[in-house]
Unconditional design. Structure first.
Length: 270
């Protein structure tokens, strides 16, 4: 069976609802934005919103505001996480935050390998694989980011690159543990640029990643790992992107900073 045929089968299964990645994720990455006052007013606004039962609503604030999330979201459906973590329990790692410290504040997710960490802070797949593994061991869901730059996209040279990011990044995790990983496909050229990947590009790439996951890790695991899309998602484009085959949710930067826009995105997915 060639790749095209396999893809066709997956597409059919998806459409018929047989292929279940079940949960849908709406994740806001706040990066290094907001002050205390802004965090409180955002949380006051979203706390009473009636989010769709089935969707996971996750916000990833800067570390310094985790305590506000713990204080204010105790009875809320909204979950939260951290943007980065060091893969050691504790120790002389000035400037880093450990898994234990994140868990202490109720964080349940961690972004691993965001392109800003890879490119600005030189994090490589070897370090990232340790981070993914430490997340899994500590019961934190890693949102493992992958994505090509514009050059690779324009040269149609991104497939092998994405495969190597996944292979290397997940190399320390095996068996059923792999089912606890979330992948976020974030083409670098779409992050913070206002230019999102088209639904056709998202669909092609997500199906390619799904296909690879199934071939590499088998049906049981490959079919259930959620694949989120990230890159200039906003209220105006979220619905058409959600309709692309193989999208299990979104990782959203800029449009997650404003409570009204975050709520609008979620309303469109209801
Ligand atoms: C991100 O930072 O992960 C992201 C997708 O940002 P934006 O939505 O602003 O493109």
């Amino acid at each position: 069976m060639d790749v095209k045929e396999i893809r066709e089968i997956i597409r059919k299964e998806l459409v018929e609802g047989i292929l279940q990645t079940q949960d849908f994720y709406v994740v806001g990455n706040w990066k290094m934005y907001k002050n205390k006052h802004e965090v409180i007013s955002f949380l006051d606004k979203v706390i009473s919103h009636d989010f769709k039962e089935k969707n996971h609503i996750v916000i990833i604030p800067p570390f310094s505001y985790l305590y506000l999330f713990e204080e204010r979201l105790r009875y809320s459906k909204i979950e939260y996480g951290v943007q980065n973590l060091y893969p050691k329990d504790e120790g002389a790692y000035t400037g880093e935050i450990s898994y234990r410290q994140a868990l202490d504040f109720g964080a349940r997710y961690a972004i691993v390998g965001h392109s800003e960490r890879r490119n600005i802070f030189n994090e490589d797949n070897s370090l990232l694989s340790e981070k993914v593994s430490a997340c899994i061991k500590n019961n934190i869901k890693p949102i493992f980011c992958i994505g090509e730059d514009l050059n690779k996209r324009q040269n149609n040279d991104y497939h092998d690159f994405l495969i190597s990011q996944i292979r290397e990044g997940l190399s320390l995790v095996s068996g059923k543990d792999l089912q606890r990983v979330i992948i976020a496909y974030e083409p670098i050229w779409a992050i913070g640029t206002g230019v999102n990947a088209t639904p056709a590009q998202v669909e092609e790439t997500h199906m390619f990643i799904r296909n690879f996951l199934i071939q590499e890790y088998g049906d049981e695991t490959g079919k259930v790992i959620p694949i989120l899309y990230g890159g200039s998602v906003k209220p105006a484009n979220v619905l058409e992107l959600a309709l692309a085959d193989g999208v299990s949710g979104f990782l959203i930067g800029g449009a997650s900073l404003d409570a009204d826009s975050f709520i609008e995105i979620n309303n469109k997915l209801n």
